[in-house]
Design a protein around this ligand. Structure first.
Ligand code: F6P
Length: 347
């Protein structure tokens, strides 16, 4: 017996390429198994607001390659509002759902884990361009963001070379520098700054030295990638050109601040760019479409088997499942080996 034949699907947290591919895969495989599929709008908020739609064949057609999420998303957490977890449980029952598939990053999946403990039959799918969900090699959206950042770095290289400048690109990655490392390595960056390795005076010296050494070798330009969560440590506010006492530059200013420091110390003209939301928008790569398809199909299977409280994950080339409790409130940081490999080519 499979119980009720109704599955709910929602997307929470920041959007990313590949969400629609996962919604499509979940819905189509569920429809094939004779389920009705209910899309919940704007994450957990949609359950509270009773804001949903039926995801039939027509609504889930032609969305495989579409960026964003047709369901809308929000960062609303029911755990932060009194009475909201109970409202979520009631809405789930009122909709007659037998299981809920939640696409989310660390925040949304941690909430899913706690809601499971409170009795919500839930299955998680990891998605985030930051790639920092624990226990999965890749999350949906990451490879697309890496490709966008790599394309941007290739373009920055030609202008950096023409003007003999240091060109610095700030990419996303609040708590982990996966995009910076993967895109930096793919584009042959000369330095990569990530949250996992704080930048102190010593490291800043090395970066500036590298700019000088490259000039000596006839390469009168350099490419630096900075993750938005990269941290400066041990510098005074005036050295960082920031006016907050002893402060860390705010998010979306780290690239600018590092660029100014490099220019001041090397005398080489330095420019910075930020990819911001461009790296989160638009069509997913083939890899992300296929990962999303495999994750979505597996999530449906878990609901059919009533195997709740799990997240689908990538291990090697296979899709596995891990308990949500094992990934909740954790951050998967960059493997040191991966960073060291990229660093071998800094010069
Ligand atoms: O969740 C991933 C992420 O892209 C982070 O890298 C970034 O800090 C954050 O989202 C920005 O999110 P928001 O949409 O809330 O501005």
């Amino acid at each position: 017996m499979e119980g009720h034949k109704r599955i709910g699907v929602m997307t929470g947290g920041g959007d990313c390429p590949g969400l629609n591919a996962a919604i499509r895969a979940t819905a189509k495989t569920a429809i094939l198994a004779s389920y009705e599929v209910i899309g919940i709008r704007d994450g957990w908020q949609g359950l509270i607001d009773h804001d949903n739609l039926i995801l039939d064949q027509a609504r889930t057609s032609e969305i495989l390659d579409r960026g964003g999420t047709i369901l809308g998303t929000s960062r609303f957490s029911p755990l932060k509002v009194e009475g909201a977890p109970e409202q979520v449980l009631r809405a789930f029952a009122d909709l007659g759902l037998s299981g809920l598939v939640v696409l989310g990053g660390n925040g949304t999946l941690s909430v899913a884990s706690k809601m499971f403990d409170m009795g919500l039959p839930v299955v998680g799918i990891p998605k985030t361009i930051d790639n920092d969900v624990a226990e999965t090699e890749f999350a949906i959206g990451f490879q697309t963001a890496v490709q966008i950042a790599t394309d941007a770095l290739d373009r920055l290289r030609s202008t950096a070379e023409s003007h003999h400048r240091v060109m610095l690109l700030e990419v996303m990655g609040r708590d982990a520098g996966w995009i910076a490392v993967y895109a930096g390595m793919a584009s042959g960056a000369d330095a990569i700054l990530i949250p996992e390795i704080p930048v102190d005076e010593d490291r800043m010296e090395k970066i500036c030295e590298m700019v000088g050494t490259r000039s000596g070798k006839g390469k009168k330009y350099s490419i630096v990638v900075v993750a938005e969560g990269a941290r400066l440590t041990g510098f005074t506010s005036s050295a960082m050109n920031v006016d907050c006492a002893g402060g860390q530059p705010s998010a979306h200013r780290i690239g600018e601040v590092v660029a100014q420091m490099v220019q001041e110390r090397t005398g080489v003209e330095t420019r910075h760019s930020s990819l911001d939301y461009i790296q989160r928008g638009g069509s997913p790569t083939a890899y992300d479409r296929n990962l999303a398809t495999a994750f979505g199909a597996r999530a449906t299977e878990l609901v059919r088997k009533r195997d709740f409280g799990k997240m689908v994950a990538l291990k090697g080339n296979g899709v596995v499942t891990v308990p949500l409790g094992q990934i909740a409130d954790r951050i998967r940081t960059v493997d040191r080996d991966m960073y060291d490999l990229a660093a071998k080519f800094f010069s």
